[in-house]
Design a protein around this ligand. Structure first.
Ligand SMILES: *Cc1c(COP(=O)(O)O)cnc(C)c1O
Length: 305
């Protein structure tokens, strides 16, 4: 039994009217811990459990850590999440609510990650937030569900952080025989590591993350994501933080679901411009995200000026 749920697939009239295409929302914001991450993380945790793991370790203070905490609780396995001091109180509360042991260490992610790696015992599994074929296999179920629903989109829009969702969705497209369906891969300015890879022809590290879309804040995409730029029609798009934040607010009004700016980035492509007018049926991956409050989103918006 997988841990993730089959999420609703609904047509968005507001986004359709604005973009000129029929826009189908895959509502993964409704997964139990608030994002698509549970698909891949749940699968990875189940496989590692079957292989004997009895302790999960994560260094993500975001939705990946939450999904590991959730999966561990479901399997009755203790979970340790090491997060940097920059992690919000809300994120720490959500992790604690899932029963995870939360250790705060270091001023940035790489320090937290270093400590996390020292906590691994013989029976521990380290669950990576995006760079793991088990994760991609789990994320691919999102596309299987769309196929089962009888919809073949002629484009998919999704957000990219480290590229795990991208790798999973492309795997899902390919295993359903949809090699021709392009993916519009969206990042925010200040977190555009796939865009950097598309310019360089390989995965490269960007200097720093400056975007408010913290869930997209991987300095370098995984090698597989960079490879897919050559092997599948993937178009890299970049939107501003302001556009992503506006999309969050508008989506809350239109569909009564609050998502993180990371997800707002993908939604902004439909809200902001004509990028989708060339398509008939667009699949919008509403990846969700549980760590931003409405208050925080409005504060960030005010700071954009
Ligand atoms: C993790 C995450 C992303 C980015 O996914 P990657 O697999 O890192 O590319 C996008 N949106 C949300 C809400 C996330 O939690």
């Amino acid at each position: 039994m997988p841990m993730h749920i089959h999420t609703p697939l609904i047509e968005s009239r507001p986004l359709g009217a604005l973009s000129g295409a029929a826009v189908w929302l895959k509502l993964d914001a409704l997964q139990p811990c608030g994002s698509f991450k549970l698909r891949g993380v749940g699968h990875a945790c189940e496989v590692r459990y079957a292989q004997g793991a009895r302790h999960f370790v994560s260094s993500s203070g975001g939705n990946a850590g939450l999904a590991v905490a959730y999966a561990g609780r479901q399997l009755g396995v203790p979970v340790t999440v090491v997060v940097p001091q920059t992690t919000t109180e809300r994120a720490k509360e959500l992790l604690a609510l899932e029963g995870a042991e939360v250790i705060v260490h270091g001023s940035a992610w790489h320090e937290a990650n270093q400590l996390a790696l020292t906590l691994l015992r013989d029976d521990s599994a380290f669950i990576h937030p995006f760079d793991d074929p088990l994760l991609w296999e789990g994320h691919a179920t999102l596309v299987d569900e769309v196929a089962q629903a009888g919809l073949k989109p002629d484009a998919v829009v999704l957000a990219v952080g480290g590229g795990g969702l991208l790798c999973g969705v492309v795997q899902g497209l390919q295993r359903n025989g949809w090699h021709d369906v392009p993916v519009l891969a969206v990042e925010t300015e200040g977190a555009a590591s796939l865009h950097a890879a598309s310019l360089a022809g390989q995965a490269v590290e960007i200097e720093r993350i400056t975007s408010v879309a913290t869930s997209l804040g991987a300095k370098k995409v995984c090698e597989q994501a960079a490879r897919l730029l050559q092997e599948h029609p993937v178009h890299s798009l970049v939107v501003s933080d302001g556009a992503a934040l506006d999309a969050c607010e508008r989506f809350l009004l239109d569909h009564r679901v609050l998502v993180e700016p990371a997800c707002g980035a993908a939604l902004a492509v439909a809200y902001e411009g004509p990028a989708l007018a060339a398509y008939e049926n667009v699949l919008m991956v509403v990846c969700g995200g549980a760590t931003a409050t409405l208050e925080q989103i409005r504060q960030w918006r005010a700071q954009q000026g």
